[in-house]
Design a protein. Structure first.
Length: 68
Protein backbone atom coordinates (compact mmCIF):
# COMPACT_ATOMS: atom_id res chain seq x y z
CA UNK A 1 0.00 0.00 0.00
CA UNK A 2 3.04 2.28 0.33
CA UNK A 3 3.16 2.84 -3.45
CA UNK A 4 -0.50 3.70 -3.81
CA UNK A 5 -1.30 7.42 -3.87
CA UNK A 6 -3.79 8.04 -1.10
CA UNK A 7 -4.56 11.62 -2.03
CA UNK A 8 -4.30 14.36 0.52
CA UNK A 9 -4.33 12.10 3.58
CA UNK A 10 -2.22 8.99 4.12
CA UNK A 11 -4.44 6.58 6.03
CA UNK A 12 -1.71 4.00 6.59
CA UNK A 13 0.66 6.59 8.08
CA UNK A 14 -2.20 7.82 10.28
CA UNK A 15 -2.85 4.30 11.55
CA UNK A 16 0.84 3.75 12.34
CA UNK A 17 1.05 7.08 14.17
CA UNK A 18 -2.08 6.44 16.23
CA UNK A 19 -0.93 2.90 17.07
CA UNK A 20 2.42 4.26 18.26
CA UNK A 21 0.75 6.89 20.43
CA UNK A 22 -1.54 4.30 22.03
CA UNK A 23 1.41 1.99 22.75
CA UNK A 24 3.48 4.82 24.23
CA UNK A 25 0.63 5.91 26.50
CA UNK A 26 -0.07 2.32 27.55
CA UNK A 27 3.58 1.42 28.22
CA UNK A 28 4.83 4.58 29.97
CA UNK A 29 3.75 6.77 32.83
CA UNK A 30 2.88 10.43 32.46
CA UNK A 31 6.04 11.33 34.42
CA UNK A 32 8.24 9.23 32.08
CA UNK A 33 6.77 10.95 29.03
CA UNK A 34 7.25 14.40 30.58
CA UNK A 35 10.85 13.59 31.51
CA UNK A 36 11.60 12.40 27.96
CA UNK A 37 10.06 15.52 26.49
CA UNK A 38 12.35 17.70 28.64
CA UNK A 39 15.53 15.83 27.67
CA UNK A 40 16.56 17.96 24.70
CA UNK A 41 20.03 18.09 23.22
CA UNK A 42 21.83 21.45 23.19
CA UNK A 43 21.19 21.62 19.44
CA UNK A 44 17.47 21.09 19.94
CA UNK A 45 17.37 23.73 22.66
CA UNK A 46 19.14 26.23 20.39
CA UNK A 47 16.84 25.43 17.45
CA UNK A 48 13.82 26.00 19.69
CA UNK A 49 15.22 29.26 20.97
CA UNK A 50 15.87 30.48 17.43
CA UNK A 51 12.41 29.45 16.26
CA UNK A 52 10.81 31.29 19.17
CA UNK A 53 12.90 34.37 18.44
CA UNK A 54 11.87 34.34 14.77
CA UNK A 55 8.22 33.86 15.65
CA UNK A 56 8.14 36.76 18.09
CA UNK A 57 10.02 39.00 15.66
CA UNK A 58 7.30 38.46 13.03
CA UNK A 59 4.40 38.77 15.45
CA UNK A 60 1.88 41.44 14.63
CA UNK A 61 1.55 44.15 17.25
CA UNK A 62 -1.52 44.06 19.45
CA UNK A 63 -4.39 46.23 18.27
CA UNK A 64 -3.58 48.78 20.97
CA UNK A 65 0.03 49.04 19.68
CA UNK A 66 -0.80 49.44 15.97
CA UNK A 67 -0.45 52.75 14.25
CA UNK A 68 -3.67 54.09 12.84
Amino acid sequence: MADKNQGEGNREADRRYRRGVRETVRETTEKERADRARDLTPEELEAGRQAEEQATAKKRPASSEREI
